[in-house]
Design a protein around this ligand. Structure first.
Ligand code: ATP
Length: 203
């Protein structure tokens, strides 16, 4: 079974592409979804956050106060590392469990890792990387439509991620997502055929 690491900047269309692969029957493991599950109570990761950061970062209902945490980790690099040390090992353990559960007849699995190239956590387990790429203008427009974030907040997040050019250089395959959903669907189908037929190697 091959593992394809799906990545891309904020709002590039990773979840949409993952959904299109899932509709073709491809098993999808999404590290962002796992992180969200771990941020919902009851969760041992949240207990650790309360211990290390204080209960101010936990909402009354017991969930993670995301906006407060986002503000902190933007301003404090040590806090960012501390938070990653809470989440990353727990997320990876769940990813490995989910990979183990796959049928031996599955040709390939899609592993969604937004910061695949920024962190090395998954480079040794994936066989090939697939980048969902689009212009910064598209990213801002899509994230604005979907969230309550301001332009300045979105550009700050983009500036914190790997530059577009560096991502393109590292990717084995690229889907350009600047056109219609029908076009995206067709790019996904073409890749699906290839991933089923071909042995991919991560370089
Ligand atoms: P994030 O990094 O923030 O989780 P993402 O990379 O997973 O985002 P999506 O959630 O798939 O991106 O897409 C962001 C928004 O843009 C969604 O509302 C999605 O429906 C929309 N979108 C993505 N691709 C297209 C497209 N080709 N045409 C129109 N809308 C699109």
């Amino acid at each position: 079974m091959k593992i394809i690491g799906l990545t891309g900047g904020i709002g590039s269309g990773k979840s949409t592409v993952a959904r299109l692969f899932a509709e073709l029957g491809v098993p999808v493991i999404d590290t962002d979804e796992i992180a969200h599950q771990l941020s919902r109570p009851p969760s041992e990761a949240l207990e650790q956050i309360a211990l290390e950061f204080g209960t101010d970062f936990i909402e009354k209902e017991g969930g993670l106060n995301r906006s407060r945490m986002r503000e902190l980790i933007f301003a404090d690099a040590d806090a960012k590392v501390k938070l990653e040390n809470i989440f990353h090992p727990r997320i990876k353990a769940i990813v490995m469990q989910q990979l183990d559960k796959q049928s031996p007849h599955t040709p390939y699995v899609l592993l969604v890792v937004p910061l695949l190239f920024e962190t090395n956590t998954y480079s040794s387990i994936i066989d090939s990387s697939l980048l969902v790429d689009c212009s910064e203008e598209h990213q801002i427009e899509r994230v604005k439509l979907r969230s309550g974030l301001k332009n300045s907040e979105i550009t700050a997040i983009i500036a914190n991620q790997l530059p577009r050019k560096a991502r393109i250089q590292r990717a084995n395959d690229i889907i350009l997502n600047e056109s219609s959903l029908a076009h995206l669907q067709s790019s996904v189908s073409t890749l699906h055929q290839r991933y089923q037929d071909q042995t991919c190697r991560f370089t």
